[in-house]
Every structure is written in structure tokens, then in C-alpha cells.
Design a protein around this ligand. Structure first.
Ligand code: NAD
Ligand code: UDP
Ligand code: UDP
Length: 327
């Protein structure tokens, strides 16, 4: 048997039962790592990781990262944090605590274990950007007191803590600024645009476009992001980031709605609703740094990725319907 590159590495994934985290746990196991998933199930689900329970190299710990954690690991991927606006705005104080106290605890753990630590930061640190596309040297345009601030400012403070632990304690850090990601295991009711539009189309309900749908986003398929995170973790210690990970293909929300209507073969009409407060107008990553430093770029185009995601939701909505009928 060929020895896998990751053999023997003990890796902690916080938020490992979530959408991105569960795909990352799988990829790390495939790479030969011992994976410890720590999650408080705030937005994560056991269903996301249930197929990993049989693997002796996988362990699940119910744990809230706002509390200290004493384990022995070599690498930490810090993903714990609700990511969908409806979820992170539900209990905004807890969202800030998760980002800030969570970062302090995981950095303290990394310091004690001399582990390498990666932070799942976000394009939200750029706020409603005045520079387009967004490069890592842009400092952003964030409202510090708005409804999105618990998430944006929490993530910005976490980045600060990462760089201060790096400067002050010589910690090996990696900061990834992840742009909008989609794929199987998004939740049907998380309010994010891709999941909302697909579920609405599959149910032939109106597709809720906020504002005039002229705001843009750049959507990256989940396997590409997971690959990018692992490449960043494996990179030379001199590479700290922040580094953008995302797909530069930019679409308006109205275009996305029309694509999903077509790909699902739905009869759903578009229905225009009020634009949420502080909703960023344009978003597109400049991924030049990731290309140059990591040799990474996304490979799954939007149509292919949406097809897979639609297939996932068709299946999971069918199952939900079966379960509801059985009750
Ligand atoms: P998600 O909500 O599916 O996953 C977050 C996970 O963190 C969940 O399993 C949740 O239960 C867990 N969690 C939340 N608070 C916790 C706490 N206090 N202690 C322990 N676990 C906790 O979201 P996701 O889309 O998988 O996002 C994962 C990470 O990636 C987040 O940090 C998010 O900010 C970042 N990110 C995601 C995107 C995206 O488009 N999905 C974009 C940018 C950044
Ligand atoms: N911490 C942790 N696990 C560890 C080591 C530390 O959760 O293995 C937490 C601990 O709660 C501490 C925080 O990380 O408050 C920051 O640790 P650090 O050593 O940087 O600071 P200090 O302990 O001096 O506050
Ligand atoms: N959006 C929309 N209809 C929906 C959900 C979201 O038009 O049902 C819009 C939202 O206003 C935003 C974009 O789609 O402009 C992306 O929203 P999402 O919540 O997925 O991510 P984020 O705003 O954090 O990028």
C-alpha cells in the first residue's frame, strides 16, 4: 500500500460538523490524517458526519470553542462559526464570542501544542467593498455597528489575534479569506442564496430575489475550497496569508436566479423583495496570490457545481418528504 502524505498527522477541525467542515474532515481522512472534529452543533448536524463514525481515524467531540480545549494535535483548522446571515444574526453576541473567544482558545491551544493553525476567515472582512475585485491588501469597508458586524468584526478581530500570536509568540498561522461557497450539505433553510433558490425552484415556489438582483457574488464549489484550505495548511511556514480563496466568476443575483430556474426546469417566477441592510453590492476575489503562492485555483464551474447541488437537494427534499409522510 502506498503511504499517504498526511499519515499520522493529528488534525483538529472546529466546526467539523458543518457544511464546509464535514467536507474537510472527509478530505483529511482520505489524506491519511487522524481527525478530531469539535462542534457544538449550533448549525452543524450529525447527519453531515455520520458516515465517518465507522472510521477509527475519526473522533467527534461535542465542544463549544468559547470554552478552553485541552487536546494534543499537530494542526488546527478553525472553522467554528455560524456562516449564513440568518444564523449568525440569530444570536449576534454568541457569534462575536465564537469568533473572538474561539480564536483565543484555539490560538492558546496551538501555542501549547506548537501546532500549525488555520483560520477560516471570510470575504466579509472587506464589507461593502469600494475596490473591485478584492485583493488581500484592501482593508475593507465595514460598518462596525450594523446587523452584519457581529460576523464581520468578529472575523476581523480573529484575524488580528492570529497575526498578533504570530508576531508575539511566533505561531505558525494561515489565514484564508473564503468567498461564497456552495455545494451539497448546505441547509435547506439557512437563508443563503444558493440553497434558497434551489429549494424554491424544486418546490415551484417564487424565487425570492432581494433588491433588484443587481448585486453580485462569486460562487465557489465546496471541493475547490477544501482543496485550497489543505494546500494553504501544507504551504511553507513563511506563507501566513491572508489569502483569498474563491471563484472569480462573478454573477448578479438575478442571473443566478435565472440559471437555477433553468437548471431545475422549474416554473417558479422571480419575486423581488426588500434588500437586507448592509448587503454588499459587489464581490469578486482577486486570486492572484493563491495562484502564485499555493498553485491553487478553482476547477469546478458554476453550472457543473449547481447541477451537483441541485441533485443533492432533490434527494434530501425527497427524503424529508418521505420522513414527514411516515410520521
Ligand atoms: P456552518 O454553519 O455549516 O458551519 C459552522 C460550524 O461551526 C457548525 O457545525 C456549527 O455547529 C459550528 N459552531 C458554531 N459555533 C460554534 C462554537 N461556539 N463551538 C463549536 N462549534 C461551533 O457554516 P460553513 O459554511 O460550513 O462555514 C464554516 C466556516 O467557514 C465558518 O467559520 C465561516 O465563517 C467560514 N466561511 C464560510 C463561507 C461559506 O460561503 N460557506 C464563506 C466564508 C467563510
Ligand atoms: N487554551 C486552551 N487550550 C490549551 C491552552 C490554552 O483552550 O491547550 C486557552 C486558555 O483558555 C487560554 C487561551 O487559550 O485562556 C489563551 O492561551 P494563552 O496561553 O495564549 O494565554 P493565557 O493562558 O496566558 O491567557
Ligand atoms: N439573496 C437573495 N435572495 C435570497 C437570499 C439571498 O436575493 O433568498 C441575496 C442576498 O441579498 C445577497 C446575496 O443573495 O445579496 C448572497 O446572500 P447570502 O446570504 O447567500 O450570502 P452573503 O450575503 O453573506 O454573501
Amino acid at each position: 500500500m502506498t503511504k499517504k502524505i498526511g499519515a499520522g498527522r493529528r488534525v483538529l477541525v472546529t466546526g467539523g460538523a458543518g457544511f464546509l467542515g464535514s467536507h474537510l474532515c472527509e478530505a483529511l481522512l482520505d489524506d491519511g490524517c487522524d481527525v478530531l472534529c469539535a462542534d457544538n452543533f449550533y448549525t452543524g448536524r450529525k447527519e453531515n458526519i455520520v458516515r465517518l463514525f465507522a472510521d477509527p481515524h475519526f473522533e467527534l467531540l461535542r465542544h463549544d470553542v468559547t470554552f478552553p480545549l485541552y487536546v494534543e494535535v499537530d494542526e488546527i483548522y478553525n472553522l467554528a462559526c455560524p456562516a449564513a446571515p440568518t444564523h449568525y444574526q440569530y444570536d449576534p453576541v454568541q457569534t462575536t464570542k465564537t469568533s473572538v473567544h474561539g480564536a483565543i482558545n484555539m490560538l492558546g491551544l496551538a501555542k501549547r501544542c506548537r501546532a500549525k493553525i488555520l483560520q477560516a476567515s471570510t470575504s466579509e472582512v472587506y464589507g461593502d467593498p469600494t475596490v473591485h475585485p478584492q485583493r488581500e491588501d484592501y482593508w475593507g469597508n465595514v460598518n462596525p455597528i450594523g446587523v452584519r458586524s457581529c460576523y464581520d468584526e468578529g472575523k476581523r478581530c480573529a484575524e488580528t489575534l492570529f497575526f498578533d500570536y504570530h508576531r508575539q509568540h511566533r505561531l505558525r498561522i494561515k489565514v484564508a479569506r473564503i468567498f461564497n461557497t456552495y455545494g451539497p450539505r448546505m441547509q435547506e433553510n439557512d437563508g443563503r442564496v444558493v440553497s434558497n433558490f434551489i429549494v424554491q425552484c424544486l418546490r415551484n415556489e417564487p424565487v425570492t430575489v432581494f433588491g433588484r438582483g443587481q448585486q453580485t457574488r462569486s460562487f465557489c464549489y465546496v471541493s475547490d475550497i477544501v482543496h485550497g484550505l489543505m494546500k494553504l495548511m501544507a504551504s511553507d511556514d513563511t506563507i501566513t496569508g491572508p489569502v483569498n480563496l474563491g471563484n472569480p466568476g462573478e454573477v448578479t443575483i438575478a442571473e443566478l436566479a435565472r440559471m437555477i430556474v433553468e437548471l431545475t426546469g422549474s416554473e417558479s417566477p422571480l419575486e423581488y423583495r426588500a434588500l437586507p441592510r448592509d448587503d454588499p453590492g459587489r464581490r469578486k476575489p482577486d486570486i492572484g496570490l493563491a495562484q502564485a503562492q499555493l498553485g491553487w485555483w478553482p476547477t469546478v464551474d458554476l453550472t457543473a457545481g449547481l447541477r451537483d447541488t441541485i441533485a443533492y437537494f432533490r434527494n434530501s427534499l425527497d427524503l424529508t418528504a418521505v420522513r414527514t409522510r411516515a410520521r
